[in-house]
Design a protein around this ligand. Structure first.
Ligand SMILES: [Zn+2]
Length: 311
């Protein structure tokens, strides 16, 4: 277990799921939220459908004298949502989600400005589409913390999934950045990786990273590149070639963004379908042990992109 497991704030505690990979970093962070001393608790992102993990989530709550009253999803990706049905059955708690297909029980919709409450604890929904169209962040104002799902990760940067949109994502980052300027915001609690105690510089980095990538893609277009493969070859020259097919997904999202703004030169085709699933999951720890350099050359970005884009 890494340092993220068991860490958190006064009202939020992380139960790390045992599903590490390049896409999930150490694993999925399941967050248990409750008012100190109060019984009702909210689970944010139950994680994978792993009975041992769900048992541990329930045991962690029970040890603290808490009862799981609500389950909330930051978005529908399986590494966050697949355990929701089982946890709902075990606890009787409803599942709240933006996408109706993930809602269970007497669950209301989850929309911007809505609040999820349990025993005096409140999570305010912040609409942050981009990574996926159904992504939200949750403001735990009492602790000066935002649960960010996959919109902001504890390490590396996240990527635009198949139904995500770069323009939406940039607006979502701006929304979070504005929140970071408000007094009292002290921590980001991500869906993967360690919690982040400097929200404003973290979001500045995310926004700058996006701008840099976009500028690099535009430079490749200016230099005459017209295919995904040729753009990747130029922009991701320092990245392991094995990851290039997946970098195409990232570039595709950027070309779509430029296309929406009428900023694509003639002759660029944005394919609708991209390479198939990974032959095997790439574990970030394995990669590091093997000495494969994933930083600073977008390895994480590409890795998350690739798995999150799978059907
Ligand atoms: Zn995701």
């Amino acid at each position: 277990m890494t340092a993220i497991d068991g860490s958190g704030t006064a009202r939020a505690r992380c139960v790390l799921a045992p599903n590490p990979s390049l896409m999930t970093l150490d694993g999925t962070n399941t967050w248990l939220i409750a008012e100190p001393g109060a019984e009702p608790a909210i689970v944010v992102d139950p994680g994978p459908d792993d009975p041992a993990h769900l048992d541990r989530v329930r045991a962690t709550a029970a040890e603290a004298g808490q009862r799981i009253e609500k389950i909330v999803l930051t978005h529908g990706h399986a590494d966050h949502s697949a355990g929701a049905r089982q946890l709902a059955e075990l606890t009787g708690a409803p599942v709240l989600a933006v996408d109706p297909q993930y809602r269970l029980g007497a669950a209301d919709a989850l929309g911007p400005g809505d609040s999820v409450r349990a025993g005096g604890c409140e999570l305010r929904v912040i609409e942050t589409p981009g990574h996926t169209s159904d992504s939200v962040c949750l403001l735990l104002e009492a602790d000066g913390a935002v649960l960010t799902g996959d919109t902001v990760l504890g390490r590396g940067t996240t990527v635009i999934a198949g139904d995500g949109n770069l323009g939406d994502y940039l607006r979502s980052l701006d929304r979070l950045r504005a929140l970071a300027d408000e007094p009292g915001l002290r921590a980001l609690l991500p869906g993967h990786g360690p919690l982040l105690t400097e929200p404003a510089p973290t979001l500045d980095y995310y926004i700058a990273h996006r701008a840099e990538r976009l500028a690099a893609v535009e430079a490749a277009l200016d230099a005459g590149c017209r295919t995904l493969a040729s753009i990747v070859e130029r922009v991701y020259v320092n990245v392991d070639r094995a990851l290039w097919p997946f970098a195409e997904w990232s570039v595709r999202a950027q070309l779509a963004y430029l296309g929406e703004r009428g900023a694509l030169p003639p002759g660029v085709e944005i394919p609708g379908v991209l390479p198939g699933p990974l032959p095997h999951p790439l574990g970030v720890h394995q990669q590091h042990r093997l000495g494969v350099q994933l930083y600073p050359a977008a390895g994480d970005e590409v890795g998350q992109c690739l798995v999150h884009r799978l059907p």
